[in-house]
Design a protein around this ligand. Structure first.
Ligand code: ZN
Length: 314
């Protein structure tokens, strides 16, 4: 029997697994990204993990799907100037793995991979217009329109994190000020807490810790959570005003804590979505659990090569 080899490349870890045609992860392995070194060594590491997981799951590899931290060129299969892994920039993971395994290989930005996974096997299977948003150390998004992954000019991936929320906001790496990511990512939440004079502070604050402090009644953490709810709601309201999708699926490390405030986030959206039918837009949390990234990477392959309509499989 065969399975799809799934490769998820993040700034901190590389995950590799075998995923069957129903979106189930049969075997998986992980390694720290930084330990992989230069691309030639990383290529050997990833190939070795693919072989090992194929052996563990007793499947042969029919194809390989990749979701990667960006920027990547999904058409040529090359890494762009990767922020997290600059030493891999310019390498062609698609050609290299196709040479190694002699199977079709497909690559997408990891947020687009996440969107494909949710649209096919996750929280968006019954929706044709879906926006997937992941909120963690940064913000990423993927857009599915009429069951296909939306691509911009030259195959480009839209950068929803860099919608400007407040022109007087913090400077962003993109050159603008006050982008959504600079207000609503996990590190943005921690930065805001750390600069408050009344907060004595503690090292290594994370969004998760701030949510825990808020649950315990820490007044400043409560304000930080209210602020996060507000900025999440504003950014999502903008997406609804621009696209009016059938559903928005939320994922990422911040949403693990922020998920319990979904109704409050929705209330912020209601204030800013009067001219579009927000009541027809469902706000959902990811349903794919800890293997979501691998499932999405496998779906990248199906979306590119298999004539299976997204949403056809439930
Ligand atoms: Zn920006």
């Amino acid at each position: 029997m065969t399975a799809i080899g799934a490769v998820d490349i993040g700034g901190t870890k590389i995950a590799v697994g075998m995923v069957d045609d129903a979106g189930r992860v049969l075997a998986k392995m992980e390694a720290p990204s930084q330990s992989a070194g230069a691309w030639m060594e990383a290529r050997q590491l990833i190939a070795g993990m693919l072989r090992e997981t194929a052996q563990k799951s007793n499947r042969s590899i029919a194809g390989i799907g990749i979701g990667s931290t960006g920027p990547v060129d999904p058409i040529s299969g090359y890494f762009g100037n990767l922020d997290a892994l600059p030493q891999w920039s310019g390498a062609s993971i698609v050609d290299d793995l196709a040479d190694e395994f002699h199977v079709p290989v497909a690559l997408e930005n990891d947020a687009d991979a996440g969107a494909l996974g949710e649209a096919s096997w996750g929280a968006g299977t019954d929706k044709t217009r879906l926006i997937y948003v992941t909120i963690g150390t940064g913000i990423g998004g993927g857009i599915i329109l009429d069951n296909r992954l939306y691509r911009g000019a030259g195959g480009a991936h839209p950068e929803i994190a860099h919608q400007v929320i407040d022109v007087n906001g913090p400077a962003c790496s993109c050159g603008l000020n006050g982008c959504w990511e600079s207000f609503a990512s996990g590190p943005a939440m921690a930065r805001w807490m750390e600069i408050q004079p009344e907060y004595a502070g503690e090292p290594g604050l994370t969004a998760r810790r701030i949510y825990e402090l808020a649950q315990a009644g820490d007044p400043l953490a409560v304000r930080a959570v209210e602020r996060e709810t507000f900025y999440l709601g504003i950014g999502l309201a903008n997406l609804v005003n621009l696209f009016t999708p059938d559903a928005i699926v939320l994922s990422g490390s911040v949403m693990k804590s922020a998920g319990r405030y979904l109704r409050d986030i929705y209330r912020v959206m209601q204030r800013g979505c009067r001219f579009v039918p927000l009541d027809k837009v469902e706000l959902r949390l990811t349903s794919l659990g800890e293997n979501a990234d691998l499932i999405g990477a496998a779906r990248v392959w199906h979306h590119r090569f298999a004539a299976i309509e997204l949403g056809a499989q439930k």
